[in-house]
Design a protein around this ligand. Sequence first.
Ligand code: SF4
Length: 434
Amino acid sequence: MYIKDASLLIAAMNRFLAYIQDEDKRAMMKKLIDAAFYIEGKSKISSEAAKGIYGEILKGSTSQFEKYAACAFSYYMQYGLKLEERQERKVEFFDIGNIVHTALEIYTKRLLKSGKKWQDLDEEQQKQNAEQCIEEAVEGYKNGLLHDTKRDEYMIIRLKKLMNRTVWAITEQMKLGKFDTVTSELSFDVVENDDNVMHLIGKVDRIDIMKENDKSYVKIIDYKTGKKQLSLSDMYYGLQMQLVIYLEAAKNHAEKEAGRKMIIPAGVFYYNIDDPLLEGKIDPDKLPDNILKQLRMEGLVNEDDPVLPSIDSNFLTESGELPVKTKSIVAPFETDKDGNLKKNSATVQTKQFEDIIRYTRKNISRMSGEIMNGTTEVNPYKKADSTRKTACDYCAYKDVCRFDVRIPGNVYRSLKKLSDDDVLNLICPKEDEE
Ligand code: SF4
């Protein structure tokens, strides 16, 4: 540092020495010096303290472990110390999602109870049932939160419209496939017991099964509000493990139900709850397909026979080959002019699905070991891609963690975006490695 006027430096040093020698000011000076030369270290609690906080057995959902994968300190704040933001009594965006979610659960359970399939109800019956389910869901939501004002009344009308669209779209998707819904809101509690004991808990929104000969094909669907996509790169880093774990729970459930039948993973999907607006002039005959295209599920599909045509009958051909230049309106796959799956199709083979499940289970087991060892490190990720997304973007603990890249020792964990092929190469052992 170049100081133009040495007298200023001398004056500052004299002031500093005077403060240090002053009994009353010494403590404050020490704090200032510590702050100026503070270096963030790896924070940790003892494994005894971790046991005191989490108990002998760590119990958590996949989204809790995703939080840990994003930043260990934010996990510790939320699930260790249980620090929560103050809840306000107003209807938020996520309330809309929660209500439609509950209404869908009621709708599906009613279908299952009456032994009906989605496609057994015509559009009028769908609408009638969907609206009743919204009324029931609203009634039970946060002690009738949505009954106070004219705005709430309008909100209920919007909710019914959204629910009608959702039930219609799911019914159309089911009509195009050969799967049937067998369970709604399946709760699971898996006990993991290698080196550390833990309970992995969760609830699968919907499980669909197709039985063929001695095999059962299983797919799971998670309802989301907003646009959620599955990224294998995020799955690799532990930021998106939910669908994979849900698939495993669904497979276990199907195994118990189906006895000795072979259970094959068919796909994991997000259904993004929405009522899309279509722009421009659209031929009325093409309107339903255009809406379905907008509501196409995201996720990962098993490309091995006979899954694709069983999910979308537009892929069923007499020759048994895939059709040319066809894009599914149900799930994320499409073919090129030669009938090959296009690169942007989100598909894997059966064995790769199994490897993904195995890898994710291992990842969660590693994290639970670290948590029980007392890791509470401030270690947020930052994506090294065009999004530059970080774990801190919407974190409620910004004021507590003191993470600031200007302070030495505070650095983001940089996560390089991996292609699907990179991820599969990393986690799927080659035949001779097994
Ligand atoms: S703000 Fe960032 S560093 Fe701080 S707790 Fe949240 S995720 Fe971690």
